[in-house]
Write a protein that binds this ligand. Structure first.
Ligand SMILES: [Zn+2]
Length: 129
């Protein structure tokens, strides 16, 4: 068991970590506004190709960085590789979108994901969610 003093110290530490994260997140938003001015979200449709399931089509709804390879959202077994924003089959609809987590969402992410977001990384979700 922790003493009351230790508990309070832990609480304080957590609070200041949260404040740090907020500051870092706000810095990120400023950087995005200044550094991604050339990105045009109109043509940020991307395809991820799984050797088994084929194409998962995504669209960026925020400006940021997306990975070259993701775990295939359809089978969750294979890696799916990016076509680097080339829409190789226009008949397939967009099913997933890349977005920047809000500050509240960001604070709930695990450490690795927070690091990714702070580097300009986007997270993705199914469009139906
Ligand atoms: Zn797959």
């Amino acid at each position: 068991m922790l003493s009351k003093k230790e508990r309070n110290m832990k609480k304080k530490k957590k609070k200041s970590e949260k404040k740090d994260l907020k500051t870092q997140y706000q810095g990120l938003i400023e950087r995005i506004q200044n550094n991604y001015t050339e990105v045009n979200l109109e043509n940020r449709t991307n395809c991820y190709i799984c050797p088994t399931c084929g194409i998962t089509k995504t669209k960026d709804i925020d400006k940021g960085v997306t990975p070259m390879v993701i775990m295939c959202p359809k089978c969750n077994k294979n890696f799916a590789k990016s076509t680097f924003y080339i829409d190789i089959d226009s008949s397939i609809p967009v099913t997933h979108e890349w977005y920047r987590p809000s500050l509240d969402e960001f604070l709930k992410l695990d450490r690795d994901m927070q690091e990714h977001v702070l580097k300009g990384g986007l997270d993705y979700r199914s469009r139906s969610e």
